[in-house]
Design a binder for this molecule. Structure first.
Ligand code: FRU
Length: 483
């Protein structure tokens, strides 16, 4: 295989072969970023789960590593997190070594068949060689199942004020928080969410982390749900509030979505990145992930995104921005100022032949509709833009190539514009078979995948009413995967 197959992302991580879903155990350790992921090494659809593994120095160039965690007598290996146990609270470190500890869900297919409803429970594994080899803890499971069918995806972080670990766990229609001094013994602290937020599907893959806004700390709780996303299938909602080591209290009960596109699911943040909070998601959707038309492999991660908070009309919202490390891929930027577009403006001509991999940043008065169109020789078109009357952003992939594999795939997706700013600003990342749209400094985000018959190498800006583009920057990006 070549890494250049049709639809293979060129600067996102995708496994060389076979099936991937959620990112797991993301952690930064001694200069290396680790990505583990839900992996089925024997097929291109979901199956008995392992933790695949990839490493990177910059979150942009990834090297796939041997499988980290294999199924065992307690079950297959579902989603979870990893922490650097600096104080060796677990005692797994011997002779001064710092253990890397994975906290994951064991999913027991034998018990599942017996329909006891107790087939998911939380377990530990540790590594003393920076994630190369792993030992499962002999005392597994560390959180047995209390009789909840959906009981999974532990995300663990250190809570410094009370010097204890906090586990955020998805428990069917709510989140349950646990705490532990040593990662081995866990006590239930509280529950959140039974009557708040979106409940169109089961709650999965949560994350809880602090962010600072105007010098004040607030806690963000991410909750992925499947189905029930704003544009169908799986998606990730979030809450902003206070956390005191025991209870999470949201500031408001408004339902908020981290990403309105259909293809950013189960995203969580890296552990051990200091003051930075960086998330990667699974760039697909349970609605069609297993039938998308890729051959040797299925799925990729989103680009890493730095998260922040911003305030609009007294509400705090999460913002996402592509990490600055991605700039390493930048080719020569073309800058254009004050362009009036009425009808169609051919950006392709200006850029000397776009590549299908690019970053486009622009700002325009928020007074008129405009669209960015990605196209190829076959007449496939991906259209995204700003709809003034509806005050929405949208991505329309209904004519962007192959759609017949799933009836709900070829659709137009929308997202509310939350910003009240007089000018619209967009950053768009295109990579062969995906677009990631960050509007208004990442306040409204949309991620969509698509499957063009050949690469989309033409770019147009369109506006029926006419729009004045104040600034525009087009940067071709170089692949980060090996040829
Ligand atoms: C989310 C999810 C998790 C689960 C994993 C199984 O996509 O359903 O809840 O742990 O995938 O692969």
């Amino acid at each position: 295989q070549t890494n250049r197959e049709p639809h293979r992302p060129q600067y996102h991580f995708s496994p060389k072969t076979n099936w991937m879903n959620d990112p797991n155990g993301m952690v930064y350790l001694n200069g290396t970023y680790h990505l583990f992921f839900q992996y089925h090494p024997n097929g291109t659809t979901w199956g008995p789960m392992h933790w695949g593994h990839a490493t990177s120095k910059d979150m942009v160039h990834w090297q796939e590593q041997p499988i980290a965690l294999y199924p065992d007598s307690l079950g297959t290996i579902f989603s979870g997190s990893a922490v650097v146990d600096v104080n060796n609270t677990s005692g797994f470190g011997k002779n001064g070594q710092t253990p890397l500890v994975a906290i994951f869900t064991h999913h027991n297919p034998e018990l599942e068949k017996k329909k006891t409803g107790t087939h998911q429970y939380q377990s530990l594994a540790y590594s003393l060689d920076e994630g190369k080899t792993w030992t499962k803890y002999a005392g597994n499971p560390v959180v047995p199942n209390p009789g909840i069918v959906d009981f999974r995806d532990p995300k663990v972080r250190w809570y410094e004020p009370q010097k204890k670990w906090i586990m955020t766990l998805a428990t069917k229609d709510r989140i349950t928080f646990y705490s532990s001094p040593n990662l081995k013994n866990w006590a239930k602290e509280s529950e959140f969410g039974q009557n708040v937020g979106a409940h169109g599907g089961v709650w999965e893959c949560p994350d809880l982390f602090p962010l600072t806004h105007n010098g004040k700390q607030a806690w963000v709780l991410l909750v992925s749900i499947n189905p029930g996303g704003p544009n169908g299938g799986s998606a990730t909602q979030y809450f902003v509030g206070d956390f005191d080591g025991k209870t999470f209290k949201p500031y408001s009960t408004q339902t908020k979505w981290m990403d309105y596109g259909t293809d950013n699911y189960a995203g969580v943040t890296f552990a051990n990145t200091g003051n930075r909070t960086v998330l990667m998601g699974w760039m697909s959707n349970w609605q069609y992930a297993q039938v998308v038309p890729t051959s040797a492999w299925r799925s990729a991660t989103t680009v890493p995104r730095e998260l922040g908070l911003t305030e609009v009309n007294k509400e705090l919202y999460l913002t996402s921005a592509p990490v600055k490390e991605l700039d390493a891929l930048n080719g020569k930027t073309i800058r254009l100022n004050n362009i009036s577009v009425k009808g169609q403006y051919d950006l392709t001509a200006k850029t000397g032949g776009p590549s299908g991999l690019f970053k486009l940043t622009l700002s325009a008065a928020a007074t008129q509709d405009f669209a960015i169109v990605l196209a190829n020789e076959q007449g496939n078109e991906l259209v995204l833009g700003y709809d003034k009357a509806a005050n929405q952003y949208y991505i329309d992939r209904s004519k962007a190539g192959k759609t017949a594999f799933e009836k709900g795939f070829g659709k137009r997706h929308t997202a509310p514009r939350l910003s009240t700013d007089g000018s619209v600003s967009l950053t768009l990342l295109a990579d062969v078979a995906s677009v990631e749209l960050f509007a208004d400094n990442g306040l409204t985000v949309m991620t969509d995948i698509f499957f063009p018959e050949t690469d989309m190498k033409k770019v147009f800006i369109k506006s029926g009413t006419g729009v004045s583009i104040r600034t525009l920057q087009y940067t071709p990006l170089t692949p980060s995967v090996d040829a």
